[in-house]
Design a binder for this molecule. Sequence first.
Ligand SMILES: Nc1ncnc2c1ncn2[C@@H]1O[C@H](COP(=O)(O)OP(=O)(O)OP(=O)(O)O)[C@@H](O)[C@H]1O
Length: 224
Amino acid sequence: MSLTPVLELSNVSKTYSSRQVLSGLSYSFAAGEYVAIMGDSGVGKSTLLNLIAGLDSPDSGEIRIDGKILPVEDEAATNLRRRHLGFIFQAFHILPHLTLLQNVSLPLLLNRLPLDRAPVMLTAVGLQGREQDFPHQLSGGELQRVAIARALVHRPRLILADEPTGNLDQDTAHEVLQLIRTEIKANQASAIIVTHSRLAAETADKILMLSKHGLTPVPLENQT
Ligand SMILES: Nc1ncnc2c1ncn2[C@@H]1O[C@H](COP(=O)(O)OP(=O)(O)OP(=O)(O)O)[C@@H](O)[C@H]1O
């Protein structure tokens, strides 16, 4: 396991209008760690994930991925994110004019990787036989599974997931969470999932609670 943290937050603050959402947040995530972040609604979980993903910038403080600061709107940083991050965000729409197979192949194409893992990942999320379907033919839960296949297909180093099982029934959620965990461990990747679901959080190695005091580890056995 590398000694450089896969992700390091140093004194990160973010304010929207006059509302301070994150205030001096610091935390180090070790390589290979699979962490769930929980916390009250509005406490800033999605904001934090967006900052890590490079969709927005902190007002102050630093975010390092593999020891590097990746500026927003920097082409080299975008390429690094594309190669090393996998996003499972509800806002990251599946492209409507592409088939499911084309959607899942996209990270492989963009990173010039062999395309043979795309059908394998569609099968892994239970969508075998649907490769040539278009997104409008799918239910919300099926679309979420396509998003998960697309996020994992290029074996990213760091997977960021915002409510990855939000649209899924309990059995499918369980299968998808197991798949995420298996992929993370098989590829020695790291993952941060933001969730309100105990079921989802307990598949992680560690649960962190985000509050105005920062990120606090919660012992798994003390979860209520
Ligand atoms: N782009 C934005 N512009 C203005 N305010 C924002 C923006 N994004 C988030 N906020 C505000 O920041 C606060 C934190 O929002 P965030 O979505 O990060 O919370 P959360 O912990 O993910 O909540 P939930 O669990 O309900 O999804 C909220 O008060 C929200 O209204």
